[in-house]
Design a binder for this molecule. Structure first.
Ligand SMILES: [Zn+2]
Length: 346
């Protein structure tokens, strides 16, 4: 008798009970997938030379992903990734072993942090607003592709009306200028959080700084000093563009700011660097990475924001989330979990 399958029943359920041969679970063991007799015998028999003989590609397609929020169109613009070696000082209140365990739980190798960069472009229908600007190839060779992806999205840098800066770490502001010091976005007004400007442009505070933080002070001057008149500081909490309200998110840096975007009856939260890498700091919001300048304040900001995003079930976006860097936050265990948005064609 021919087998007739119906939806909702597995093939095994369709067979007469007597003919069901129970396979032990070990039939699906890792060993049987990797070294099973079928695979081993099959490989040897397959022809090596195919008809296409196409070369393997050297890169991905364009890092551009569009999605909707009310009447606004949002475009995630991928800039690249930076693989940063980390040691036991990386998280102030967690051991290297615990951090490596969390990386392993995210299927990542130990002792290296993959820092992904994605800027967000908001098209309000009347204005193009860019939130943070990518690295412009000034941090690592494996990042600096935001402008190529902007071009792939069909947008010229001259068309950007407004740039919103979340904070003055180099990975967020370097894209304002090329390596040679030329402005990339000729027509854009640049809005920066006022407390961020005050902190990083203060010569007295810079004089007391050392190490990486001192380099950030120098970099902020390289980017902003000769265009200071064109930069407009805003108070975090203020509306900074039509439908975009800045949200104080201090701790990562003194003036670190997030952005709530509203269109029609929809809202989302661009979290900037509030939670950073989801395998570590969404799952363990209490962990205080060394790049949070005020660890306890950043932890409170992170926990409050993740909690609100989970409670309100709102769409979130964050600069260092894996591309396209958007999704939802749910409560999970003692922390939270990022549920990535699904790629949709329209
Ligand atoms: Zn960052």
């Amino acid at each position: 008798m021919a087998a007739v399958f119906t939806f909702g029943a597995s093939p095994a359920e369709q067979m007469p009970r007597s003919s069901v041969k129970r396979e032990p679970m070990s039939a699906f063991s890792r060993r049987s997938f990797l070294t099973g007799p079928l695979l081993a015998a099959g490989c040897a028999a397959l022809p090596v030379q195919g008809r296409a003989a196409a070369p393997t590609a050297k890169a991905q397609g364009p890092g551009v992903y569009r999605y909707k929020l009310g009447d606004y169109q949002l475009t995630a613009l991928y800039d690249g990734i930076w693989y940063v070696p980390i040691d036991d000082k990386f998280v102030r209140n967690a051991s290297a072993a615990a951090v490596n365990e969390a990386l392993a739980a995210g299927f990542l190798p130990p002792s290296v942090l993959p820092i992904s960069f994605t800027a967000l472009l908001v098209n309000t229908g009347a204005r193009l607003v860019l939130i943070d600007t990518g690295t412009a190839g000034q941090i690592t060779d494996t990042a600096g592709f935001m402008n190529a992806n902007l071009a792939a999205a069909g947008i010229k840098p001259d068309a950007i009306d407004t740039i919103l800066i979340s904070h003055f770490h180099p990975d967020h502001i370097d894209g304002i200028k090329t390596k040679d010091g030329d402005k990339v976005f000729a027509n854009a007004e640049i809005l920066v959080p006022e407390p961020e400007w005050k902190f990083w442009m203060d010569d007295g505070t810079m004089a007391q700084s050392t190490g990486a933080v001192h380099r950030y002070f120098l970099n902020a001057r390289r980017i902003f000093k000769d265009i200071a008149k064109e930069v407009r500081p805003f108070q975090p909490g203020a509306e900074v563009a039509p439908g975009i309200v800045s949200v104080p998110a201090f701790g990562h840096t003194p003036g670190h700011t997030a952005f709530a975007i509203h269109s029609g009856n929809q809202s989302m939260l661009a979290m900037s660097d509030t939670a950073r890498e989801p395998w570590l700091f969404v799952r363990h919001p209490e962990w205080q990475p060394s790049y949070d300048m005020d660890g306890p304040q950043a932890m409170k900001t992170r926990t409050d924001m993740l909690d609100r995003a989970a409670a309100d079930r709102m769409l979130v976006e964050a600069y260092h989330f894996p591309f396209p860097a958007c999704g939802h936050i749910v409560r999970s265990g003692t922390g939270y979990e990022l549920v990535p948005a699904m790629w949709e064609p329209f």
